[in-house]
Design a protein around this ligand. Structure first.
Ligand SMILES: [Zn+2]
Length: 286
């Protein structure tokens, strides 16, 4: 409680003891066919790769039905991932709705959902070598959709800094180069991320967002099945393993590897790229 808070009412404990209800029960959520994806994965051939330099970002493309893998290769490093529909940048990863559907941290079988009005799976997590981590005693876990992305505006707000290699700026530069956009145009498309390999949570006492040293080690990876044709951008966060700080060049930083794999189309004969959301979009206006 803060000093300015009013005194609790007599039935405060009764009100607090009401059990929670899951906001979005996922029993009716379309489930990925992980066995089908696994069969397709066995036919995979690497078609491209890009190494993301420390404190930089890089773009990659993955067609519907392909896989993309993000690996730690030289040292513990977290990555900030943006996804777009390759033909329409206005369809992009929706971190908040993904959090509402799957929880604060993603793991195998969870999807990365797109923004309104499409709200469909963009990618499905099929492998995660950090899946063993679970939830630690601090309430921390990996691959979060609760943070945003480190950015120069918050740094300026808190310490009047002018730092140009936060993930927000890295993603802007990568998208600008990939699509021939100005920084101002690219900035409109950069969005809240999946924090790949990042270990985060909220403190029990104050509810504050915390980070701690990522458990990722070289050789660890997370792999995704592309549900639609994707343009992705990954930033190797200036925070490195995010054990101390970001928004500066102080932390040790390492590259990340992104690899894209094609599959034998015959293995996906019974699979269809998901269509856009079925809501009629009249919004009660008739
Ligand atoms: Zn960052």
């Amino acid at each position: 409680m803060k000093d300015c808070d009013p005194p609790p009412p007599e039935d405060a404990q009764d009100r607090r003891s009401v059990p929670p209800v899951i906001c979005y029960p996922v029993e009716t959520l379309p489930q990925p066919d992980l066995a089908l994806y696994a069969a397709a994965r066995r036919t995979a051939k690497k078609v491209s790769e890009v190494v993301v330099s420390p404190r930089e970002a890089a773009c990659f493309r993955a067609e519907a039905g392909q896989f993309f893998r993000i690996s730690s290769i030289e040292g513990p490093q977290v990555g900030d991932l943006n996804l777009w529909n390759v033909r329409d940048l206005s369809e992009r990863f929706y971190s908040g709705k993904t959090r509402a559907l799957h929880g604060t941290h993603l793991s195998i079988g969870d999807r990365m959902w797109s923004s309104f009005p499409t709200l469909r799976p963009m990618a499905t997590i099929t492998h995660d070598t950090l899946g063993w981590y679970g939830i630690d005693p601090y309430g921390g876990s990996v691959h979060d959709v609760i943070g945003t992305r480190c950015d120069p505006y918050t740094g300026n707000l808190l310490s009047e800094s002018q730092y140009h290699h936060c993930c927000h700026s890295n993603l802007i530069r990568a998208l600008a180069h990939e699509c021939g956009l100005t920084a101002e145009e690219a900035e409109r498309h950069v969005h809240d991320v999946l924090n790949v390999f990042m270990c985060t949570g909220f403190t029990r006492e104050t509810g504050q967002y915390f980070m701690k040293a990522s458990p990722v080690r070289p050789g660890d990876y997370i792999e995704f099945f592309a549900e639609i044709d994707l343009l992705g951008a990954l930033s190797a966060c200036p925070g490195g393993d995010c054990s101390s700080e970001h928004s500066s060049d102080a932390a040790a930083c390492f590259p990340l590897l992104v690899e894209v794999f094609s599959t034998d189309p015959a293995t996906l004969a019974d699979w269809h790229s998901p269509g856009v959301n079925g809501y009629d979009r009249s919004h009660g206006l008739g």
